[in-house]
Ligand binder design. Structure first.
Ligand code: VJV
Ligand code: CA
Ligand code: ZN
Length: 393
């Protein structure tokens, strides 16, 4: 069963604190931290812990988070609770908060949750920078919408920005790739004016219809050519229903061009699993293996790699995808039959839940027609290629 090769001198590390999975955004809120428990159970069920360094992470301190975020905003995050939230009327509006039926609710243990996912991403980043890990993974992070002084789209603190800021002490050029179905606007904005971070997001794009509405093809950084950040934001705006074949081809060609031109020294990839077929909030028709292809592709560059989670609103498929991608990192092939002796096996059983398989067909779940034309995809490739004229390593 567990015949996983562990090559000498090649380290994958897994960073996690199980306290993070206990938190709740609210009764029917789509963001469910327990999907992380499901993921961990599958990872352990397949025995992948024998092929990686497993770390229990510490929460980030307020000091560490303040490297990017505004002090006043952090004071609010730390002090507000569902019980005292009425005393914070002004702050609530200012920082884009609510209680029930809001994207970013105030919930019990919110600061604990925030410091846990941020701490895990920072721990992972430190292992990459110290050279102790070739690949470091934190599935609890990837909250790419958070801004310097406001919450947005289920994201409170931007752990990705914190990690990249830390990594900038070690690497002069970092490529950030974002395959969540939503635009990675918070990360793009944070590094808007620097050429030391290139951001590249693949997402569903439809202003006024799909969150957050930014990330068009012409959004490539400051339009002032003397600004160093010019041409260092890249976006791949897509329509509903993109399939495995088109997505993989596009990812290969576009990411390939960017890596060749920019020559990053390290890569950070946000692997939001809401780009899968059948996701509760998503619009694409991707299978787990097509999502995983992106991880395989960046791994093959042999650059220092930080892998983080993100969105993903059909928990059983989030767990499947992130388990598959953990396995890709360590070079293990997993059996399509899920291990029997895992807790929550029922979450994966029955026809509706993927029949106890690791790789159920997700491309047909949503029945979303592929709205992307070959011509549009070609325009995207052409544009990115053209943009690369301005990029020098
Ligand atoms: O579309 C929006 C914004 C609104 C205003 C707020 N209402 C609640 C929803 C519409 C315009 N927000 C998106 C945010 C998506 C965030 C994605 C995060 C990530 O995956 O990129 C990274 C982790 C949105 N789509 C769906 C919902 N919000 C949604 C929010 C709820 C909900 C159902 C759907 C909040 C509470 C409850 N149900 C109970
Ligand atoms: Ca994205
Ligand atoms: Zn998302």
């Amino acid at each position: 069963n567990n015949c996983i090769e562990r090559p000498q001198g090649y380290n994958v590390s897994f960073h996690y604190n199980s306290k993070v999975e206990q938190h709740h955004f609210g009764k029917t809120h789509p963001m469910k931290p327990w999907r992380l428990q499901l993921t961990k159970q599958l990872v352990l069920g397949y025995g992948l812990e024998y092929a990686m360094d497993m770390y229990q992470t510490r929460p980030a301190t307020k000091q560490e988070i303040a490297i990017f975020h505004d002090r006043g905003y952090l004071d609010f995050l730390e002090l507000v609770t569902p019980n005292n939230v009425d005393e914070y009327r002004d702050e609530q509006n200012k920082y884009n908060f609510g209680i029930e039926f809001y994207d970013c609710p105030v919930f019990d243990g919110m600061w604990d949750y925030i410091s846990l996912y941020s701490g895990a991403t920072m721990d992972a980043a430190r292992k990459v920078c110290s050279g102790q890990s070739n690949i470091a993974i934190n599935w609890s992070g990837g909250l790419h919408h958070a801004k310097k002084s406001s919450a947005s789209g289920f994201c409170y603190v931007n752990d990705i920005v914190l990690a990249i800021q830390y990594m900038m002490q070690y690497y002069s050029r970092i490529l950030y790739i974002d395959i969540d179905v939503h635009h990675g606007d918070g990360v793009e904005q944070a590094f808007h004016s620097t050429n030391r971070v290139m951001t590249l997001s693949y997402h569903k794009y439809a202003p006024n219809e799909f969150f957050p509405g930014t990330g068009g093809l012409d959004e490539t950084g400051p339009k002032d050519t003397y600004n160093e950040g010019a041409h260092h934001s890249l976006n791949v705006p897509l329509k509903d229903g993109i399939d495995d074949h088109e997505y993989k081809e596009l990812f290969k060609v576009v990411t390939g061009h960017v890596i060749e031109a920019y020559k990053p020294q390290a890569i950070v990839i946000q692997c939001g699993a809401d780009s899968l077929g059948g996701d509760r909030l998503g619009r694409f028709n991707l299978n787990i293996t097509a999502h995983g292809y992106c991880v395989e592709f960046v791994k093959a560059t042999h650059l220092p790699l930080l892998i983080i989670g993100g969105g993903g609103y059909t928990p059983r498929n989030v767990a499947r995808t992130w388990t598959h991608e953990t396995a890709l990192c360590v070079g293990a092939q997993l059996h399509d039959d899920l291990p029997w002796h895992i807790p929550y096996r029922r979450a994966f059983s029955g026809e509706r839940n993927g029949d106890g398989k690791l790789y159920p067909d997700l491309s047909t779940v949503s029945l979303k027609q592929n709205q992307n034309t070959a011509e549009e995809l070609h325009t995207i490739v052409k544009n990115v290629h053209w943009e690369m004229r301005y990029v020098h390593s």
